[in-house]
Design a protein around this ligand. Sequence first.
Ligand SMILES: *[C@@H]1O[C@H](CO)[C@@H](O)[C@H](O)[C@H]1NC(C)=O
Ligand SMILES: *[C@@H]1O[C@H](CO)[C@@H](O)[C@H](O)[C@H]1NC(C)=O
Ligand SMILES: *[C@@H]1O[C@H](CO)[C@@H](O)[C@H](O)[C@H]1NC(C)=O
Ligand SMILES: *[C@@H]1O[C@H](CO)[C@@H](O)[C@H](O)[C@H]1NC(C)=O
Ligand SMILES: *[C@@H]1O[C@H](CO)[C@@H](O)[C@H](O)[C@H]1NC(C)=O
Ligand SMILES: *[C@@H]1O[C@H](CO)[C@@H](O)[C@H](O)[C@H]1NC(C)=O
Length: 384
Amino acid sequence: MARQTLQSLLFIILQVLGRVACLKEVSDRQCDCYVTNDTSANYFTTHNFFDFRALTQYANVPRLIEDPYDSSDADETSEYFLNDNWTKVWGIQRWNNSDSVDSGDVPVLLVNSPNNIYIEKNTDENPTSETFMTMRTSRYEQYQSAAEFESISKSYHFLSVRMYARTIGAPGAVTAMFTYRNSGDPSQITSVQESDLEIRTMDPKDKVQYTNQPSYSTKGEGYDIPAATRNATTPIQADWTQWSVHRMDWTPKDTTWYIDGREVASIAFQVPRDPSQVIFNCWSDGGEWSGNMTTGSEAYLQIQWIDIVYNSTGNAKTTDDTTPSLSKVKRDGDGCQNICSIDDTPTTGTPVLVQGAASRISDHILGLGVAYIWIPLLLATFLI
Ligand SMILES: *[C@@H]1O[C@H](CO)[C@@H](O)[C@H](O)[C@H]1NC(C)=O
Ligand SMILES: *[C@@H]1O[C@H](CO)[C@@H](O)[C@H](O)[C@H]1NC(C)=O
Ligand SMILES: *[C@@H]1O[C@H](CO)[C@@H](O)[C@H](O)[C@H]1NC(C)=O
Ligand SMILES: *[C@@H]1O[C@H](CO)[C@@H](O)[C@H](O)[C@H]1NC(C)=O
Ligand SMILES: *[C@@H]1O[C@H](CO)[C@@H](O)[C@H](O)[C@H]1NC(C)=O
Ligand SMILES: *[C@@H]1O[C@H](CO)[C@@H](O)[C@H](O)[C@H]1NC(C)=O
């Protein structure tokens, strides 16, 4: 019994040593799939990485646009957002909520504007990047100028998405990263499937809201569905004004959220079933959920990078034509010989090979020499 336990422990140590010492950085072309380091590992076929950390050539904080029509007609703020690498994957939004305002559902006109999505120089005291992407929302007397980009593809079917981000600014805004599907009448909340990470700038800085929508029912006034949502507490050093890795894993079983590698919430109830979009936004409509921002105030979602591994509907390996060239079409068949990881890598965004023809742990162990691993292992085994 004790011997068995010790042996399994040694086996784990051996594996860890093997991995730490030997993982090789590779390009996505060399990966057949990606395994995530969740407690229950998940496999995904495709990887995408968006890095906003060294884009000084695009850095430019655009002036606010006061007129709501000009705001929605505004140009993209730099060439970065016109490049194929961006436009093949993301669509910057210009829609507004005038319908909901007209029907009296929400008090404030929200207008999404490309002018509110830009690359900004990092002027932090000890900056961890040269630049980042900012999504801005700002309040005028007659309306709220807001920011949203949505994935062009609506075929994401399970994923692990991470952003290195922070939320700062005035109360009365929501910043969010979520999956979204609405199959049917958009006014029917029951046709929505959605896994959300939402930060309300009016909330305490250590509270983040995670939800598998819908979180309320229209049957009966204000009928909440507590099983659908969590008001979670951030790890102590990672309140939402601090740069942290916010991660959301949507799987067939549940959606689980992490901050800086620590699980903060997991919801199996009402987990989205069908292919969805991925959306980021920063907004307010003066309503109960977002709060009402004071005129002249602003809030921001700032992102240094977005790293995502995912599956798509159909045969993801051959039919997802919306993925950019950097995510190469994978080999046919269900074999996943070369398994990569975006977690265990020393270089964010660059995968490492964790298992495959070019990276067998045994090869590494032999390559490393006996001393590090085999001797302690053998010694311990004999001593028990
Ligand atoms: C993603 O697709 C691969 C290949 O079809 C499959 O093995 C894997 O289980 C899928 N992942 C999830 C989370 O469904
Ligand atoms: C809001 O959207 C409607 C419908 O697309 C459009 O007619 C209207 O001009 C937009 N308003 C603003 C301020 O952009
Ligand atoms: C687009 O992505 C490719 C592949 O990562 C990169 O080599 C190229 O520099 C990018 N182009 C721009 C304009 O960022
Ligand atoms: C989460 O809980 C805190 C109190 O701990 C509260 O102030 C905050 O409003 C709650 N957030 C939501 C979205 O209910
Ligand atoms: C929201 O804010 C605006 C401007 O700051 C103010 O005129 C309005 O009364 C507020 N509405 C609510 C519901 O508090
Ligand atoms: C998973 O990888 C992340 C980095 O992506 C790390 O922060 C986290 O601690 C790892 N979690 C486990 C359980 O190994």
